[in-house]
Design a protein around this ligand. Structure first.
Ligand code: UDP
Ligand code: ZN
Length: 357
């Protein structure tokens, strides 16, 4: 059973997960950049034809009627090597002397984004990307009922981002604790709300739009921007224009526009920098705090172009050699040369609902 331990010096949480070492990636040698083959890979546990080899499926989005090949478009399965075991969140922590720990129970799911082994968000169509985000929304709505904590959808792409499997997938972890970083984000946002009566994230989006230098692209409901204090070179956030604390409560319109922006930004990053490694994480308010007036969800995309070194370890400060204004200008140039496709997204909303066990 995984265990969550609280660092007595920082009060931050660490997951101790001995079972993760068994996953098919030797932790002692670097992983090669995944090979993107066109057809199914007989060795791949997420390719069509091997559905019975994964633990029992949690959820699926059926393939559109009449499409040849697999009968699913997106599958969600339990992670075979979970960071947290599945179950209702434990009610209390244990303390012995200076040590505080909690049972490592929550959830760790894999979202198999497409039956196609060589598919990628950056060159998927907007409807298929929206299917992936719709899956995050559906699963977050279900997982946040398990108790206090956090639900985090995220994606690793490329060797430097920690990918161990090339088949297109993301992951959703539900933790029974709220990590220190979220406590801090909440404290800062609450202080702004106390001072001004407004949401920091909405104020920030409006100010960035007025300034314009760090804006990458905009849609009616969502904006892509390079954050003022970007920790990573070419870091991009997707943020809603209007207040919404949890992505699980996002409207279909906001979700579809987020999908289209995500695809375009990832394609622009690839055009600019090649098939780089990146992580993204979809940050929402902790479970039970979805109605808060002072927080907004945001999708944070962090290219992994450099390894953190001793300075970062010692200070916790990031060193970013690419000014966000420069990153935004270059991404804007690429996006202008690569216009958004028409017509807009419609199809996904008319799909049959996913199956819930
Ligand atoms: N995995 C799985 N079933 C398998 C093989 C792998 O659930 O048969 C999981 C594995 O534990 C890992 C995920 O698939 O968490 C692949 O994730 P990714 O490549 O993004 O990086 P990782 O989580 O390994 O850092
Ligand atoms: Zn595959």
């Amino acid at each position: 059973m995984p265990e969550l331990r609280q660092d007595p010096f920082t009060r931050d949480w660490v997951a101790i997960t001995p079972g993760r070492e068994d996953r098919p990636r030797p932790m002692t040698r670097p992983v090669a950049t995944p090979r993107r083959s066109a057809g199914p890979d007989p060795a791949c546990p997420f390719c069509p034809g091997r559905e019975d080899d994964t633990p029992p499926e949690i959820w699926r989005l059926p393939a559109p009627a009449g499409r040849a090949g697999a009968d699913w478009a997106v599958r969600v399965v339990p992670n075979r090597y979970p960071v947290l075991a599945a179950g209702d969140h434990p009610a209390r922590h244990h303390t012995t002397g200076l040590h505080t720990w909690a049972d490592g129970i929550g959830s760790h799911e894999v979202v198999i984004e497409s039956p196609a082994h060589g598919w990628d968000i950056a060159d998927g169509d907007d409807t298929a990307v929206a299917d992936v985000l719709r899956t995050y929304r559906t699963r977050t709505l279900a997982l946040r009922e398990r108790g206090p904590g956090l639900v985090l959808p995220f994606r690793n792409h490329g060797a430097a981002a920690g990918t161990s499997l090339p088949h297109p997938h993301s992951q959703i972890v539900a933790t029974p604790i709220v990590p220190l970083r979220f406590r801090h984000l909440f404290d800062v946002a609450r202080a702004h709300y106390d001072d001004t009566g407004r949401c920091l994230y909405v104020d920030h989006t409006a100010a960035e739009l007025a300034d314009g230098r760090r804006i990458v692209a905009t849609t009616e409901h969502v904006i892509a921007l390079a954050p003022y204090a970007s920790r990573a070179p070419y870091e991009v956030w997707l943020v809603p224009r209007r207040h919404q604390a949890s992505f699980a409560d996002a409207s279909d319109e906001a979700l579809d526009e987020t999908a289209a922006l995500l695809r375009r930004v990832l394609a622009a990053l690839r055009d600019l920098l090649g098939d780089i490694s990146y992580n993204y994480a979809l940050i929402s308010a902790p479970n039970g705090e979805e109605a808060t007036a002072y927080f907004a969800w945001h999708l944070q995309i962090a290219p992994r172009l450099a390894e953190p070194a001793g300075f970062e370890l010692g200070t916790g400060m990031a060193v970013n050699p690419v000014p966000p204004e420069h990153a935004a200008a270059r991404l804007r140039d690429v996006l202008t040369a690569r216009p958004a496709p028409a017509p807009p997204l419609q199809q996904a909303r008319h799909r049959p609902a996913g199956r819930q066990p």
